[in-house]
Design a protein around this ligand. Sequence first.
Ligand SMILES: CCCCCCCC/C=C\CCCCCCCC(=O)SCCNC(=O)CCNC(=O)[C@H](O)C(C)(C)COP(=O)(O)OP(=O)(O)OC[C@H]1O[C@@H](n2cnc3c(N)ncnc32)[C@H](O)[C@@H]1OP(=O)(O)O
Length: 199
Amino acid sequence: MNSREAERAPSALTPPPDAIPPVRHPEAPAPGELLGAHYDHCFGCGGGQPHGLHLQARAGDGVSITAEFTVQSAHQGAPGLAHGGVLATALDETLGSLNWLLRTIAVTGRLETDFVRPVPVGTVLHLQAEVTAVAGRKIYSTAVGRTGGPDGPVAVRAQALFIEVMVDHFIDNGRPDEIKAAMADPDQIRRVRAFEVNP
Ligand SMILES: CCCCCCCC/C=C\CCCCCCCC(=O)SCCNC(=O)CCNC(=O)[C@H](O)C(C)(C)COP(=O)(O)OP(=O)(O)OC[C@H]1O[C@@H](n2cnc3c(N)ncnc32)[C@H](O)[C@@H]1OP(=O)(O)O
């Protein structure tokens, strides 16, 4: 990384001066409510992916989320330890779930991850995430993953920038077969509406 990139990288995750605090949508799921999957074949949260993370997220207070992910044998990197990319996926998925509370459709633009402790297979990773600021289409958020319980030691941390998109982002870029199937599925349409601003 040259010095110009080093200068730019951290600032991309720092909200600009005109950023505002996030606003919980009045129809957001109530604190404690399980959110369910946004797409059954999602590797992070879908039930239709045998080796997926099957991450379960729950609405918290304000614009915050808690989630749990149990590390399976299929998620190894080193023997008996979770793959770092899988842990980053768990953080990404948890951060992405925050958009249910804003009722905004958004995708990850940038995700910075700290791996603080190794996470063995069989561990339940307790994740917490919150939106810290919003600036136009840019949504700034942080997440932490702990082991041994919701108040256990921190194993992973992330900072992220999500960018709001229209549903066309998926329709225009997704593979036609999956898009057709999703658009023909009333449950999928309902889930997308739950994400949208002014549905
Ligand atoms: C009914 C059928 C359809 C079904 C659909 C199902 C919907 C389900 C609902 C919800 C799904 C949620 C899924 C969650 C899954 C977990 C989260 C993920 O893993 S998401 C996947 C990984 N991410 C990507 O694939 C993004 C790939 N990137 C892009 O597509 C573009 O780059 C995008 C949209 C992020 C931005 O492109 P631009 O053209 O729209 O906008 P520009 O102008 O480039 O950026 C806007 C602002 O953001 C900054 N920005 C963009 N990227 C940045 C970056 N990497 N770092 C820093 N700043 C960045 C820019 O500097 C700009 O800032 P300034 O407005 O000028 O201040």
